[in-house]
Design a protein around this ligand. Sequence first.
Ligand code: UDP
Ligand code: MG
Length: 333
Amino acid sequence: MNTEHSGGTVTTAGSSLVVSIVLPAHNEASGLGAAVKSILKVIHSLELTYEIIVVDDGSSDGTFEEIARLNAIDVNIKGIRLSRKFGKESALLAGLRAADGAVSITMDADLQHPPELIPQMLKKWRDGAKVVHAVKRDRQIDGWLTRSSVALFNKLLSLTSGLNMQGASDFKLLDRTVIDLLVHELPERGRFYRGLAGWAGFEQSSVPFDVVERDTGSGKWSGFALFDLALTAITSFTSAPLRVITILGAATLVFGIIVSVEALWSWFRGYAVSGFVTIIITLLLIGSFIMISLGIIGEYIAKIYAEVKDRPPYVVESTCGFDKNSGSQTSFG
Ligand code: UDP
Ligand code: MG
């Protein structure tokens, strides 16, 4: 999307820096005001020119009306409403495309990404980093099972993709160079933002943070959406599963040869080959291997199909605040 907006580089308080904060929001009306308020508290203390772009990812709870209300108080708060729920990845892309700042900070709209980290992130950026990752220390608020599966997933993805995904989150600061790269140079539809930001290269840095409980509302990820995100992460960053199929095939072949030799040997020596149970088990195991392998190949084909269709990753229904002059330091409530 090419949103027309002007004045994003107006200077205030002697600074020409514009920070674009990008917040994807799906049904966050109840907590958005508080989130924006605490972000602004930090931004105002830094005396930066800023814009806060809230991308309403097909909310049904009046999130966009809330953005319009905030915009009436502070013109630097802008909104993009997607025509339906396209998912967080698409919402992040929409926000980054509209961002006008020298840097952009992407964070959740539920205050689980502490705005107090922004000064540290900006400092790392001033020291030369082009990407600053806020890295989750340990998500103690999640159960043991969730934490271990997330850790295992990140570990496997790090191993196979060569990127460091330990504690990765979508709370990141991106320099203009990296924003332009992600927005203009990467045409892929199936996006995994936390991977792409690291993939971009340049000087990368990180700051640790603790994930806190959500104040209002509830998590927006269904089990299926999480599974889909995991599949996107895998298919777009590693072809290791395909290689595993080949290795599994080779291992099965070796095993097959050994068992065949043993069976033939018994047959020549006149022993009746007994082993109905063995045959059933082998058949079922091989059958499952083949089906899982087909499934894995199918996932990659599905992603290729989605890319080939080349549909836009999201559709914008309306925007708010982009037509007005931004960059002024209107104070917020
Ligand atoms: N979100 C979104 N679209 C989605 C799911 C989530 O825009 O399909 C937003 C959500 O409003 C929030 C952020 O992404 O601002 C993180 O979502 P959530 O808090 O549900 O995830 P978690 O904290 O579990 O990572
Ligand atoms: Mg959250």
